[in-house]
Design a protein around this ligand. Structure first.
Ligand code: GTB
Length: 218
């Protein structure tokens, strides 16, 4: 079976900081030890019909595995986690909870983070930006406070590291540089624990190499 192929930005606007959503797919593939290939796409190519046949919304990442074509980073990580050991527990109840954390990361924690991020990018020049930002940040803090309380002093959200943690760490990383995570030392340590994993480091190095133009020896 040939390696799965993921798509990623030819030139990521994050300049290799691992904030684009191919990072979570790369990390999942590294965690389970599945080699993969990467097809880099330009913004122009992403909007062309040939690419939209892979990804209806013209975005990265898309994932090709034989005749299976997937889009949505959460669905791709779930697919990888279901087919390989290491990202979802075998026990049915623990597995269901890990999947709940995957949805929580994407559906409950990421949206307010994204709303704030989009506002800082596209609404900064508006006269009402200064009034809107505190409300957006409050909504982020509500979720961070709840997540921080739930995590407490545990290493991971529910026992061993899972795809739920993988997605949650990538979601929280989107706050890097904002300072919003600073008042939650346990969440900062949680993100750092994720970033310290060898699989994360390999994934990060590979996406950075795309930006710097220096491919990593494998
Ligand atoms: N729900 C989809 C998923 O989870 O896969 C969302 C996919 C998505 O938003 N993809 C973005 C994209 O292709 C890249 S990741 N955007 C181009 C477009 O829509 O035309 C989002 C992203 C982009 C850049 C940064 N950054 O520079 O820091 C961070 C995150």
């Amino acid at each position: 079976m040939p390696n799965p192929i993921i798509t990623a930005f030819e030139r990521s606007p994050d300049r290799g900081r691992g904030l684009a959503r191919d990072m979570r797919v790369r990390w999942a593939l590294e965690e389970v030890g599945q080699p993969y290939d990467v097809r880099l796409v330009s913004f122009k190519e992403m909007k062309e019909p040939a690419y939209r046949a892979l990804h209806p919304f013209g975005q990265i990442p898309a994932y090709e595995e034989g005749d299976l074509v997937l889009f949505e980073s959460g669905a791709i990580v779930f697919h990888i986690a279901e087919r390989h050991a290491g990202l979802l527990p075998d026990d049915a109840k623990a597995r269901a909870l890990a999947i709940a954390w995957m949805f929580a990361a994407l559906n409950t924690v990421e949206p307010p983070i994204l709303d704030r991020e989009i506002a800082t990018l596209v609404e900064r020049g508006k006269s009402w930006y200064g009034e809107r930002l505190p409300g957006l940040e409050d909504r982020v803090h509500v979720r961070l406070g709840e997540l921080s309380s739930r995590l407490g002093d545990a290493d991971w959200l529910d026992g061993t590291f899972s795809a739920g943690d993988l997605l949650m760490v990538t979601v929280l990383r989107r706050l890097s540089g904002s300072g919003l995570l600073d008042r939650y030392p346990n969440l900062c340590a949680y993100v750092a624990r994720g970033e310290a994993r060898p699989a994360y480091q390999r994934a990060f190095a590979d996406q950075l190499a795309v930006f710097t133009g220096r491919a990593q020896p494998r």
